[in-house]
Design a protein around this ligand. Structure first.
Ligand SMILES: Nc1ncnc2c1ncn2[C@@H]1O[C@H](COP(=O)(O)OP(=O)(O)OP(=O)(O)O)[C@@H](O)[C@H]1O
Length: 701
């Protein structure tokens, strides 16, 4: 309300709220003053007194009708009707005998007090009546609920006695909020533990006539003498659920959600110390599961994901290419970092990665002694400053089982990482096509990889669930016939049915964009140990294999310098610079574009930024960090590249940028100095002949 309106109101005195209902006092006051006003006016104007009686009768009738409609108690209706009739009676009498006599005024006051008292008592009665009605309703609901619970409890006591020959007492029945089933808190009699009931899971489920995909599973209760029996009554595994759209931050400590149970609860993988094994035959939804895993790792603030995928990188590429191709940007329009930190799609790259991982583990062991002593732990404290490295190796189990000499070498390196790196924060997720004995027969895997997933998708071949989840009974492949569904068990959560979310391709892009700023940077000590093998991981010659998988928007447009995507094919078979063929010119412009997008400088923060530049230039996404993101600087770098062996100078670059960016010569001098320092550019010539040449065109190249 405006201040003038308020002021006006204040000047005109208190505001009466005519819409407000009456309490016992105001009601009585209103009735008596109303009757008095009618009587005095009526007497003065010689109104026939029977009019007042008629109005009173109408009022009593109206109030009764309204009262009935809102279900007032009979007592309330009678009080109100009586008030109207008494008031009307007095008015009629007062109009005949004169309202301004002591007798009239006195009786009116008495009537007022009477109406007030009656109204007060009916109000209290009405309130109490309402409360009692609510309580009765709740008692009714509780009774119905507990009747249902009692029925469920009795049913299961009888069933468990008949099928398992065990007597149980039911201490509680909890219906799940998701509506997908209920849990029973049981106390088996005679010192019997949960596993005795768990053995009969299949028979119990069948006896309870549970729909397909629904189970009755027994798990440990709050102590050894108690058992929790989860009974699913709705098959949530049947429906397709997409990866939850909340891409909020996660951590190695929060666990990473990998899917959901039959009760629709999320199941998380805690991988600080555990490795994981995901088994899924072709067509079971394994690739999709890898995406769900990579999605969770990308969301984590203290995890870096290194992926080895020798199947042409099909699992890892969707997490890399949209970023490399510049197809997605942050809301501020900046280029994004890939959703994984390193992708090896070739044997050599995989060896490079695993060697780097071993070096990181060893270096962390030595370099973080002080930190471990201070924290009084032998487990490296993982944080965004010292991230955990998750090595995801698609079909890694097959590498381990391979008899090929080269693959065996790779397998040994994988096992070495698993063996030495637990405390130092490097863990692996291996996938496998089948739970073969060569995989599960490996002691290292059996011991270190206790987070286990068996995707069945209806496949029975090579699906020995008792080997994957030793000691767990009652798991049957046909319980999970849907793609992406199967069984998951972790040290925290016993093996049981689960399903992973469907990860749609556009969700991968969304997650890359949403998490780009969140990925940690490899700690200096580890980066130094990983060396140039790590810092140059996105160089053109290292990611050349991806070119075949880069979507081409315009077939035959190899020579087109512009257009969407990096068109990495342009990087193929680079020729020596300095030739002036049109192809060469196109190639040079292409490279300029690529480097303008991603820059080519080594990471200024990386400890090995003084490492010799690679023979050939290429992409180095570490350069995406910091001020290299400035469009002016990127353009400057592009100009430097385009200048080829001739090179260019600060004034020429500044002139070219002045109009679009207002860049000064002084700024360009600063950039050139940085690029010379970090090896991106080389200064050639002296004095007035001094010019800068991109390292690709540097004389020794
Ligand atoms: N969690 C899921 N929910 C629903 N549908 C799924 C799920 N996972 C996979 N699918 C369906 O199954 C199809 C195959 O999935 P995916 O490619 O992941 O299987 P795969 O086991 O890797 O098979 P292949 O080895 O042949 O590539 C998907 O295209 C999708 O339609």
């Amino acid at each position: 309300m405006s201040s003038t309106a308020t002021a006006k109101q204040q000047r005109s005195g208190p505001v009466l709220d005519w819409a407000a209902g009456h309490g016992p006092v105001t009601g009585a006051l209103s009735a008596t003053t109303g009757a008095f006003a009618v009587a005095t006016t009526g007497a003065a104007t010689s109104m026939p007194p029977t009019w007042a009686l008629a109005v009173g009768a109408a009022g009593a009738l109206g109030h009764t009708v309204v009262g009935l409609r809102v279900r007032n108690a009979g007592r309330t209706l009678a009080t109100r009707a009586a008030s109207w009739l008494v008031g009307a009676g007095w008015t009629t009498w007062a109009m005949t005998h004169g309202p301004l006599t002591w007798a009239a005024l006195g009786s009116l006051a008495t009537i007022g007090v009477g109406i007030g008292a009656a109204a007060r008592s009916t109000a209290l009665f009405e309130e109490a009546r309402e409360e009692e009605a609510i309580a009765a309703e709740q008692r009714q609901i509780a009774q119905e609920l507990s009747a249902e619970r009692r029925e469920i409890a009795a049913e299961w006591v009888e069933r468990i006695r008949r099928i398992c020959n065990i007597t149980v007492r039911v201490l509680g029945v909890e219906k799940w909020e998701t509506g997908a089933g209920y849990s029973l808190d049981l106390e088996p009699q005679g010192g019997i533990t949960y596993d005795r009931i768990a053995q009969y899971s299949v028979q119990l489920s069948a006896d309870a006539r549970l729909p397909h995909g629904c189970t009755a599973t027994a798990a440990p209760g709050i102590h050894q003498g108690r058992t929790i029996m989860d009974v699913t009554t709705v098959n949530v595994l049947e429906e397709e659920r997409t990866y939850p759209a909340d891409y909020g931050p996660l951590s190695v400590m929060t666990g990473i959600p990998w899917g959901y149970r039959t009760n629709a609860d999320q199941i998380r993988a805690y991988l600080r110390e555990q490795c994981a094994l995901v088994v899924g035959p072709t067509g079971s939804g394994k690739t999709n599961m890898v995406h769900a895993i990579l999605a969770g790792f990308a969301r984590a603030e203290d995890m870096l994901t290194w992926v080895i995928d020798l199947n042409a990188g099909s699992a890892g590429l969707p997490w890399v290419l949209p970023a490399l191709n510049g197809e997605i940007h942050t809301p501020e329009g900046k280029p994004v970092r890939p959703g994984v930190d390193w992708l090896a799609g070739t044997y050599d790259e995989a060896v490079t990665m695993l060697d780097a991982a071993v070096r990181v583990a060893k270096q962390r062991k030595m370099g973080y002694q002080d930190l471990l002593a201070k924290a009084n732990t032998d487990l490296l404290p993982i944080s965004p400053a010292i991230p955990q490295i998750m090595l995801v190796i698609d079909e890694g189990a097959e590498i381990l089982a391979s008899t090929d000499r080269q693959m065996r070498k790779l397998g040994e390196k994988i096992l070495e990482v698993i063996r030495i790196a637990r405390a130092m924060g490097l863990r692996t997720v291996l996938t496998a096509l089948g739970a073969t004995s060569s995989v599960l027969g490996n002691l290292m895997i059996r011991r270190e990889a206790k987070v286990r997933v068996a995707l069945t998708g209806g496949e029975t071949e090579g699906m020995d669930l008792s080997k994957m989840f030793p000691g767990t009974r009652g798991l049957r492949v046909d319980q999970a016939p849907y793609k992406g569904s199967g069984f998951m068990g972790t040290p925290e959560s016993p093996a049981a049915l689960f399903k992973t979310w469907r990860v749609l391709p556009n969700q991968i892009r969304e997650i890359i964009a949403a998490t780009s700023d969140r990925h940690p940077v490899l700690d200096k000590l580890s980066a130094k140990a990983a060396g140039p093998a790590y810092t140059r991981r996105w160089d053109a010659d290292r990611i050349g294999w991806m070119r075949d998988h880069t979507p081409r928007t315009d077939e035959g447009a190899d020579n087109a310098p512009a257009g969407p995507g990096l068109k990495l094919s342009a990087l193929q078979g680079e020729q020596d610079s300095g030739q002036d063929s049109p192809e060469d010119e196109v190639l040079r412009r292409f490279r300029a574009e690529i480097d303008a997008q991603f820059a080519t400088a080594p990471d200024p923060n990386a400890p090995d930024s003084d490492a010799p530049p690679a023979d050939r230039g290429g992409l180095n996404l570490s350069a995406l960090r910091g001020e290299q993101d400035s469009p002016a600087q990127r353009e400057a770098l592009a100009l430097l590249l385009a200048a080829g062996t001739e090179g260019t100078g600060a004034s020429a670059i500044a002139r070219a940028l002045a109009d679009a960016h207002g860049t000064t010569r002084q700024t360009v001098v600063g950039w050139l100095k940085t690029w010379v320092d970090n090896g991106t550019a080389v200064r050639v010539g002296e004095g007035t002949k001094a010019r800068y040449v991109h390292r690709q065109h540097a004389p020794e190249n």
